[in-house]
Design a protein around this ligand. Structure first.
Ligand SMILES: NC(=O)c1ccc[n+]([C@@H]2O[C@H](COP(=O)([O-])OP(=O)(O)OC[C@H]3O[C@@H](n4cnc5c(N)ncnc54)[C@H](OP(=O)(O)O)[C@@H]3O)[C@@H](O)[C@H]2O)c1
Length: 300
């Protein structure tokens, strides 16, 4: 088992490992440029995640069969991890494909939580998050009251929202969320300050995109992220023996407001590398500052 740092996830009081697991990559056959992950492989990865000591898993009804796979593989290990899912996901069956889109209606959210619990073979989730949405819509549609009611009934222990700018500030101002899930990495640092502001409200902060998809080390290359890496000259800052993905992840882990980052991987070697990065911990402050400075200088 890896020696992973834990943090208190804001007002939830949950002691979460700073390296969490994002299960979007386990979505199955429908692939948006991601390779197909077979059943046995998904099961191996999920068990490896828990065996390594990671105790926070994020999923969503939108992620194909990810929830089913969590239920099938980890249903009997439910007590070993905190489970976060999302809501606001509607399915529309067309002749040739299933469309998944976000709809902010009480009946959609009720259907989502019922289906999520059934798929994941559990009576409760630790965290139920709106999968996007803006403060005004969520409030006036009665959905915040609905989530509070689900919390009251014990179907979820805490409530949160997965969001970004421009919606984040007004969502913080609602002062009802236990957590915020926010994108951040040194290659996409737009929310740098906002992680701290959201944390200052007392909420737990879950960072997504914390390894920037692997950056230049990714199996599937993302041109936009690679360009930031190149233009900022980050290769020059890479300490000997450290991979680019490790530098990116350790930079994310260095953020004082990053309580956990839900890195996705279906590759056991990458999982091992990410665990090692988490064990190695924060980067030296001067290196973080220099990375920030260089990326800011090339960002518009
Ligand atoms: N709107 C939302 O709420 C929203 C949106 C996006 C994501 N999320 C959540 O956040 C999680 C993570 O998001 P994300 O997948 O976009 O970002 P991410 O964790 O930065 O990127 C995951 C990708 O990075 C690769 N990777 C991981 N470790 C690596 C390493 N050491 N070296 C090279 N490549 C590596 C993985 O590929 P391999 O499989 O090849 O390792 C995977 O394709 C998702 O699973 C999901 O739970 C939420």
């Amino acid at each position: 088992m890896a020696n992973l740092k834990t943090n208190i996830l804001g007002r939830t009081g949950l002691a979460v490992t700073q390296l969490g697991y994002g299960s979007m990559g386990l979505r199955g056959p429908r692939t948006w440029g991601v390779r197909v992950v077979e059943e046995a492989e998904a099961e191996r990865v999920l068990h490896a995640v828990l065996d390594a000591g990671i105790n926070f898993i994020d999923t969503a009804p939108d992620y194909g069969i990810s929830e089913e796979r969590i239920g099938r593989s980890l249903g009997s290990r439910r007590g070993e991890f905190f489970l976060a899912t999302k809501c606001g996901c509607a399915y529309i069956q067309h002749d040739d494909h299933l469309e998944v889109r976000h709809e902010w209606k009480p009946e959609v959210v009720r259907r989502n939580i019922d289906a999520s619990l059934r798929r994941m073979r559990t009576d409760y989730v630790d965290l139920l998050q709106f999968h996007g949405g803006d403060a005004e819509t969520l409030r006036t549609s009665g959905l915040i009251d609905l989530l509070l009611d689900l919390r009251e009934r014990g179907l979820t222990r805490f409530i949160g929202v997965s969001t970004k700018l421009p919606d984040l500030p007004a969502l913080i101002d609602l002062n009802v969320f236990d957590t915020f899930q926010i994108p951040f990495s040194c290659l996409a640092p737009e929310h740098d300050e906002w992680l701290s502001r959201a944390a200052a409200s007392g909420a737990g902060i879950i960072v997504r995109g914390g390894v920037a998809q692997g950056g230049p080390d990714a199996e599937i290359q993302r041109t936009q992220l690679n360009e930031v890496w190149e233009r900022a000259g980050l290769e020059e800052l890479l300490p000997g023996g450290m991979t680019r993905a490790a530098l990116i992840l350790r930079h994310t882990l260095s953020h004082p407001a990053c309580h956990t980052t839900i890195v996705g991987t279906c590759n056991l070697l990458h999982l091992a590398e990410n665990l090692a990065s988490c064990e190695a911990g924060a980067l030296p402050a001067e290196l973080c500052d220099e990375i920030r400075r260089r990326v800011a200088a090339v960002s518009g």
